[in-house]
Design a protein around this ligand. Structure first.
Ligand code: DCP
Length: 229
């Protein structure tokens, strides 16, 4: 548990209580991001953005997520271009309440999912380069501020069990190997810092279920909701 709960990188101050801040929740597919966000949405001073995956499943009636899972080589770029747009929209949405919490970010889309498509040979270099140029341009010109990343760390086996339990039709064929690769990409980015980190990372043990998981959220609430000074 020691390592799982370590706060890596930066330190938290004590006087940031009134400042606005943004928290991104990261972790593998099925790691419990939605449950964590539902828990924190009950606080009056937090605003939680709607699950982006629902947008990806319905672009004017078309299901981009389904296309991507059916034929990643053909639809990977289409899907990830749309993910990049929807994440940018959420990042730049005006913040009304003191704490803004969002599921994933433009960063995990790029450093975990696009990277995976490229490294596995499903995205040709030209598509990867076009997406990367867009990504770099957006980072330079847009306000994509993140103050804290909460990383729900899980075992790929746990993710697979939860994915099976929730039965999203698009995700029926996901093999353990895919979750292992995505897990390693999250670790490369958030723990080994192989890609730039936009904010300090708080690692939570995402292996717990229900009551224990809520206790884990509770014990980290001051860190999560206050953010760095
Ligand atoms: N996805 C993708 N590329 C991205 C982001 C997500 O291919 N850049 C896919 C993976 C999943 C679906 O979209 O099939 C949703 O994944 P998330 O991990 O974002 O959301 P979950 O609802 O699975 O998260 P959790 O189970 O942790 O609540």
């Amino acid at each position: 548990k020691g390592i799982m709960n370590a706060i890596s990188g930066h330190h938290f101050g004590t006087d940031g209580k009134t400042e606005k801040h943004t928290v991104c929740v990261e972790g593998n597919i099925g790691s419990g991001k939605t449950t964590l966000l539902e828990y924190f949405s009950t606080y009056p001073y937090t605003e939680v953005t709607k699950e982006p995956v629902e947008k990806w499943r319905n672009i004017k009636g078309m299901n981009a997520l389904e296309y991507m899972y059916k034929d990643a080589s053909r639809w990977g770029l289409t899907f990830q271009t749309y993910v990049q747009l929807t994440m940018l929209q959420i990042h730049t949405q005006p913040q009304v309440k003191r704490v803004k919490m969002m599921e994933r970010s433009i960063y995990s889309a790029k450093y975990c999912f696009v990277e995976n498509l490229y490294q596995s040979g499903k995205m040709p270099e030209i598509e990867y380069t076009v997406l990367t140029e867009w990504f770099d341009f957006l980072l330079k010109t847009q306000d994509i501020k993140v103050d804290l990343i909460v990383y729900l760390k899980t075992k790929p086996e746990t993710d697979l069990r939860r994915i099976k339990e929730r039965c999203r039709p698009e995700e029926k064929q996901i093999p353990l190997e895919y979750l292992e690769t995505l897990h390693n990409l999250h670790e490369d980015w958030l723990i080994k810092k192989k890609f730039p980190l936009p904010a300090p990372v708080l690692v939570l043990n995402g292996e717990y279920e229900k009551e224990e998981m809520i206790k884990e959220y509770e014990s980290y609430t001051p860190h999560i909701l206050r953010g760095p000074a």
